[in-house]
Design a protein. Structure first.
Length: 142
């Protein structure tokens, strides 16, 4: 957590070691799988549930720094996301966020994307605004 003269930051979304302070969007997708089966003597097919896939969770953030400490903090979050992808395999981490009954689960990283827009202001050569997107998959037996 960092402090500026204007506010005190608290983590809005935490995924393992990665903390996103604010300006984050989180979405969850769950797929339910069915198999079409015909029943003898019936006209047509019936949908028979075959399972529910693990949750897919997307986190995207446009991290804008208010001071030099936040610039370093946000760059460190991107580095942590990259390090997570280098595991063999990447380990499961806990995600916690608002509406914790939906998002509080163990996840594994599938991909991350980070970008810096052209023309962004710099603080000591470092960008004050970085975009970070994570694609995560719930750790559960299929």
């Amino acid at each position: 957590m960092t402090t500026s003269i204007h506010h005190y930051d608290v983590a809005w979304c935490v995924i393992g070691k990665i903390s996103i302070l604010y300006h984050a969007n989180i979405s969850v997708n769950v797929s339910v799988n069915y198999d079409e089966r015909s029943v003898f003597g019936s006209h047509g097919a019936y949908a028979v549930w075959t399972g529910t896939s693990p949750k897919s969770i997307s986190v995207s953030s446009n991290m804008v720094s208010a001071n030099s400490d936040e610039v370093k903090f946000n760059i460190d979050q991107v580095k942590l996301a990259h390090e997570w992808t280098q595991g063999n395999p990447p380990k499961c981490e806990q995600i916690t966020a608002p509406a914790s009954e939906i998002f509080n689960t163990s996840v594994r990283i599938e991909s991350y994307d980070s970008s810096i827009d052209e023309g962004v202001h710099l603080d000591g050569g470092n960008p004050i605004q970085i975009s970070l997107s994570l694609s995560l998959k719930e750790c559960k037996a299929i």
